[in-house]
Design a protein around this ligand. Sequence first.
Ligand SMILES: [Zn+2]
Length: 142
Amino acid sequence: MGKNRECAKCGSLTEDVDAKDCKFCKAKASLVSREVKKELNQPKKQDQRENHQSIMTKKFALLPSIAALIIIGGILAVIYFAMFFDTSVEVPTTTVFGQTIGGGRVNNLGLMSDRSNGIIIGIGAAIFGLILSIVAKSKSKE
Ligand SMILES: [Zn+2]
């Protein structure tokens, strides 16, 4: 068997499997099996990971606000193109043989495609911003 219990405080090894208190430094409940001690050492690795993550988090700190701006911009673009973008053009009035042709407004195909492009791009931007904010949230949670 050998010495399989180790004091977490002073590092003394003992063969007494049932002992909980260290007989060298008298620390209470400081004895852990060596497997357990490995687990206890892991938080140090986690600290390093957290340090690394805090650097990463700083890098991503601006992401949520950028994502929010993209979402708002996308939604505003959709609202603008869907509701306020005028696709109609004025048709000049021409008088042919005493009859008035034209007048009023008709929808312009080019402007209509501009409008649908604008809506699609706006929706795309909003979705992109949404994905970005989800990524930013998951990065800050890690
Ligand atoms: Zn000890």
